[in-house]
Design a protein around this ligand. Sequence first.
Ligand code: TYD
Ligand code: MG
Length: 467
Amino acid sequence: MKSAKKTAWFCSNCGNEYHQWMGRCPACGEWNTLVEEPVGGHDPEAAEKDEAYTSRKKSFLGFRNQKPESLDKVAATDENRMTLGSVEVDRLLGGGLVEGSLVLLGGEPGIGKSTLSLQVALHCKGLNTLYVSGEESPKQIKLRAQRLGGNQSQCQVLGETVLENIVKIARETGPDILVIDSIQTVYSEKLDASAGSVSQVKECASALLRMAKATGIPVILVGHITKDGTIAGPKVLEHIVDVVLQFEGDSRGAYRILRSMKNRFGSTDEIAVFEMTGAGLREVTNPSELFIPMHKEDLSGIAIGSMLDGTRPLMIEVQALVSSAAYGMPQRSATGFDVRRLNMLLAVLEKRAGFRLGSKDVFLNMAGGLRVGDPAIDLAVVVAVLSSNLDIPVSQRCCFAAEVGLSGEIRPVTQVERRIAEARKLGFEEIFVSSFNKDSALARIPGDTIGIVPVPDIGSVLKHIGR
Ligand code: TYD
Ligand code: MG
């Protein structure tokens, strides 16, 4: 018997499909994530023949009836890569865009995903690009392109949202790069569900992946991020694609960070910094300079710390304000830093260094709107807090790179040589590191312009900076 319209339940977090509603997704364990969506495969026999249905059931790549082969017989060839005309994006991708790869560019609305992808389409030298938009008309894209510069004749634009048409046109015209802005606006006519739903996003992405692998055309997918920070809702998109690049930052500010979250052809946790200008995105090649605004005089409550994002060291200004609590409960607030970690550091200062911060309000801010997760910033946080509390300025020619342990000891951090090298490059006079960082002595070079100060605990840091 043919039922009128079939539906299934999809988990909006991991994309798994169920026949009935459940409070909790058994696959990923999230609560209240199941949403009901129509499914296309009605007649089981027809459904077997239907490519969309079988692909959803079986495999993203459509691997079927393959024979196993000995690994030593598998030909090892380097991926063919094309350069995109942006040094930073190429570096993030691991040395250019790999032929036949599927790249997801995620980010919140207004952050600059369309700008970046169009900029790439216009600036990659000697490549033909096809820019498909379901969000803007070719006229609007033209207006944007005029601000971005580059070569407009190499870029074809297409306003289209039907997956089958996009795939057909891409196969016919054979561009060097295909950009789809955005995956949430594309839908397959084979499914009843509406565009942007879990099953559509999943199906469209896997169909585009199959096309990319079959034709060798790399595809850049633009994807919106939902409020809770997941790309396109379903996590499944992240499994399908080869590379996930995430655009972050405060859309009111000028600076944006492009982060590589997943890369099958390169390393992850790399970042690139861009500045949004009137003529598109400009690469910031030395981001450290950006996050340490130089004040004319030394101010209390400011310390410069070293953070490592991927393999790139960044110097960042940590600002603290300590004041007497006006009301009973002291406030602790942190921007860009984990407030629990701040509480822990304050407790260490009370217990191990004898500072009475229990009745003080403490506000902490990482300059430039960055989020810092690197524990090496601890020492700069502690110094900024103490500097504000004692109202003693710390020289801006000093920087800090160490973790602070529960007993007040200054702990070593990873890749201290890189951090020292960055501080030297930026002209710092001193860098404070842990005495337990064995490699820090090795980082010295003859005629060094930077003093490397090893410190074992908070007390000795204070002795140095209180001079
Ligand atoms: P957009 O790429 O449309 O964001 P998304 O696709 O991620 O939603 O970028 C939106 C912002 O970028 C918009 O507020 C205008 C700004 N912008 C510039 O400042 N300069 C430019 O050259 C361009 C094209 C956009
Ligand atoms: Mg856009």
